[in-house]
Design a protein around this ligand. Structure first.
Ligand code: 5GP
Length: 206
């Protein structure tokens, strides 16, 4: 009997989180800790304006609403969604090219996009990141001094809505204040465990 790892399916990992839960910091650490040919993240398209320091093609592909809508019409997205009044989408071609060149792909996308990916690729590993509670999320949003109080309240309302979709996810990782390492470790263990899923391995009997 020969056992070979076949990661043709189960190669996509979705990470979603309410704004401020620390998803980007966790993802950065996970990606940097990995061999580049083993795992990579994908650059999304968005119609939102670049924040200071953000680079086109690196953080996002920053495009206009018109171009985005044309891409929707041409079915160029594996998923897309309107988040905080801006469009965001994952390029189908980029996703497939990356899947062909690396072992696993992490998509850092919102719950609406996550559900679309899960329908398209049912083997997707779905991870939700959250702070211990809404109060700690509020405190983090205040501490990072990025948004006005109105925006913070809006983000908290969004978080409540996003949490309603938690049952679409396979894993919940709590990002506790000052314990980023624990959350990073948890995500790494989840990703590592995918190598051992029965559906990702083929058994050949001779
Ligand atoms: P931000 O503008 O703060 O970078 O991202 C806002 C939200 O959009 C985050 O929840 C982020 O995960 C989500 N997002 C980023 N890229 C995509 C994407 O390609 N598709 C979807 N559906 N959401 C995305």
């Amino acid at each position: 009997m020969i056992i070979t790892s076949n990661l043709a399916t189960g190669k996509i990992i979705v990470m979603s989180a309410p704004s401020g839960a620390g998803k980007s910091s966790i993802l950065k650490r996970v990606i940097n800790g990995k061999n580049k040919s083993d795992i990579s993240s994908l650059v999304s398209y968005t119609t939102r304006k670049p924040r200071s320091g953000e680079i086109d093609g690196q953080n996002y592909f920053f495009i206009t609403k018109n171009v985005f809508k044309k891409m929707i019409d041409n079915k160029m997205f594996a998923e897309w969604a309107m988040v905080h009044n801006n469009y965001y989408g994952t390029s189908k071609k980029l996703l497939h090219d990356t899947l062909n060149s690396t072992q696993k792909v992490i998509l850092e996308i919102d719950v609406q996009g996550a559900i679309q990916i899960k329908h398209l690729y049912p083997e997707t590993c779905m991870i939700f990141i959250m702070t211990p509670n809404l109060k700690s999320l509020y405190n983090r949003l205040i501490l990072r001094q990025q948004d006005s109080i109105e925006i913070i309240n809006e983000r908290l309302e969004n978080a409540k809505q996003e949490l309603k979709f938690i049952n679409y996810y396979d894993y919940l990782v709590i990002n506790n204040h000052n314990k980023l390492n624990d959350a990073v470790k948890a995500v790494e263990i989840i990703i590592e465990s995918l190598n051992y899923k029965i559906t990702n391995n083929k058994l050949f009997f001779d």
